[in-house]
Design a protein around this ligand. Sequence first.
Ligand code: CP
Length: 308
Amino acid sequence: MARSLIDVLDLSLDEIDELIAVANDIIANPRKYSEVCHGKKLATLFFEPSTRTRLSFEAAMYELGGHVLSVSSGASSSAAKGESVADTAKTVSCYADIIAMRHPKEGAPYVASLNASIPVINAGDGGHNHPTQTLTDLLTIKREKGHFENLTVGFCGDLKFGRTVHSLISALSRYSGVRIVLISPDELKLPSYIKNDVLKKNGIPYKQTTDLLSVIPELDILYMTRVQKERFFNEEDYLRLKDSYILEPRKLETAKADLCIMHPLPRVNEISVAIDDDPRACYFKQVLNGKYIRMALIMKLLKEAGTI
Ligand code: CP
């Protein structure tokens, strides 16, 4: 069975450092990598909507000299006829060299990895995990802050359903001196299993609040998130909670001069466009970093599989 990436914790800290180093080298020397995946094929199997993740994977493979096969919605594949994830993975293994899969069901990319003969990358599974967004976020933090240790990181918005939050908290819990501030409405708090199994287990200091303004001065990183409409069971709750936090310029008056404002995107209303030109806004840098770290990851998994 080929090595896959399902959870960011599948990677050691040394491997994450290596991926970041390769991504930085790609940024500095893109031509060096332009034929590394010549003739190889990436299949992007997206059973949930995406702009950044799917297109950055596809751009990554093209920039490595490879090709792309794409399923951009469940409705356009035989999943709509009832085909299982396992059979889909076995089938696509006949056509491609590596798979990036997004699926609304938690664990679906893991099931795919057990049945595929090629590497499978989890491109987001339900409200569970989004490891390549986390690699993107780590590359961004490293480029903006230079280190992961001793940072106070605030997560704001939908901490219940936000899979990017869950993955990044897991990843940051492995670095020393990290402090986590959880900012959300009561209904959208970080799930207890993450508080217990990740934060408490690793001795990571954290606090919870509903008040963004009261904690903004202490933050080195503010990670804003969208309220995940697609995971709500009723529209009424979504409408009540969707604008709980809207970051506007006046709310940054007490923030650090070197605060790094991140957001996995898409944003709906959580960050005013008036902040986009603030030098502390890093979310469009994240978008670009996502392509480079995915190039590094595709190369790593294809090399380990002996494909390149
Ligand atoms: N950050 C992210 O996963 O964006 P998309 O849903 O557009 O892929």
